[in-house]
Design a protein around this ligand. Structure first.
Ligand SMILES: *Cc1c(COP(=O)(O)O)cnc(C)c1O
Length: 364
């Protein structure tokens, strides 16, 4: 039986030939490919400024640092996200305050952010989940009304647009990830974007030893090393060229799955809202018989992926913040209990989809 894996990066001789150039040029740290990656990312997103970061989590971390939020103030964040959103808040000396999400698109609305605001709240972190956009206009209105900063976790939102503007360009800063299982990948890596020159200059100092440019030993500020390598960036440049193809292929896989599963009444597929395009991250759905489906698929060598475990229930969070966020977040918990992702990558064929759906439909 052929094993169908969850993740299978779409890498080949395109990446290899650019990596070869970096080796031949004898330039391994940030160089021509890093610059090209940033230029092309700016062209894609229409952001004013972009900087590379070692990964999405560290991008969120220095994004938060650049906002100069009061230490110990609260950042509103959906309970349904990857843990990196929350650990970046923690390590930036801030406190996560959770909000629940919607059961159709798995994202937090402006209303749920609003109901969580306290006098100690300083920022909102909307999460663009599974390849669709959060509802940014009302979130921005809320932030303006309450004087809150906005940092967009766009780790899963490369190629995702809200109305006709790219995700990550709405907040004060936006952060993307190129981890191995994201829409496009450099193995590890990320990009942080902003339209604010003051934040951009602060971020440059934070990420490169407190100096505006490499090659000088005068350090006006304290900063750390959040640089990447040009080998990574070379992979990123090759991957960005494939973005349209990846989007198209994933969209067609999504359609194939839906055609075969949607007359199955025990499956409720994720539904992005009309203001968002959709670059399906995986085939994400909820089902009351999730465990049965998962077992049947794994018996057939088909890997599935659970949804996130809610942030407010994380052992690390519970140990540190016993007094805040005692409230439950029922939708986030339901998604964890009933959510399942089917494989969605360029190594999946139409006959794979048919096979996977046959296994599921036989459970009826
Ligand atoms: C992947 C991801 C991150 C973290 O990115 P890394 O590059 O893995 O550090 C943060 N938030 C969300 C929603 C993610 O999916």
């Amino acid at each position: 039986m052929r094993k169908i894996t969850q993740v299978n990066p779409y890498i080949n001789e395109c990446e290899l030939s650019l990596i070869e150039n970096t080796i031949n040029d004898r330039w391994l740290t940030e160089g021509q490919y890093t610059q090209k990656l940033l230029d092309e990312f700016i062209a894609l997103t229409n952001a004013k400024f972009a900087l590379p970061v070692p990964n999405g989590t560290l991008g969120l971390y220095i994004g938060l640092l650049s906002l100069n939020l009061p230490k110990g103030s609260e950042v509103l964040v959906p309970s349904f996200t990857f843990f990196g959103s929350v650990s970046s808040i923690h390590f930036a000396g801030l406190i996560p305050r959770f909000v629940d999400v919607d059961l159709t698109d798995y994202m937090a609305s402006a209303d749920s952010f609003r109901s969580a605001i306290t006098p100690n709240t300083s920022a909102i972190m909307p999460i663009h989940i599974y390849g669709a956009s959060a509802d940014m206009d009302p979130i921005l209105d809320l932030a303006t009304e309450k004087g809150l900063k906005v940092i967009e976790d766009a780790a899963q939102a490369v190629g995702v647009f809200y109305k006709d503007k790219h995700c990550g360009t709405f907040g004060d800063v936006g952060v993307f990830s190129f981890f191995a299982d994201k829409t496009i990948t450099m193995g590890e890596g990320g990009i942080i974007i902003t339209d604010d020159e003051v934040l951009y200059n602060r971020l440059k100092l934070i990420r490169n030893q407190g100096r505006p440019n490499s090659g000088t030993f005068i350090h006006p500020e304290f900063g750390m090393n959040f640089r990447i390598t040009d080998l990574q960036a070379a992979i990123g440049v090759a991957q960005l060229e494939k973005l349209e193809k990846v989007k198209q292929y994933k969209t067609s896989l999504f359609q194939m799955y839906s055609d075969r599963l949607l007359n199955t009444d025990y499956i409720k597929v994720m539904q992005p809202k009309e203001y968002s395009n959709y670059v399906p991250f995986r085939y994400a759905f909820t089902s009351p018989i999730k465990e049965e489906i998962q077992l049947a698929l794994s018996t057939n060598e088909i890997q599935t992926r659970d949804f996130f475990y809610p942030m407010h229930l994380q052992p690390a969070v519970q140990a540190l913040y016993p007094s805040i966020n005692k409230a439950s977040f029922p939708n986030s918990e339901t998604l964890n209990e009933q959510g399942l992702c089917l494989p969605m990558h360029l190594g999946i064929t139409e006959s794979d989809v048919t096979f996977i759906c046959d296994v599921i439909n036989q459970l009826r």
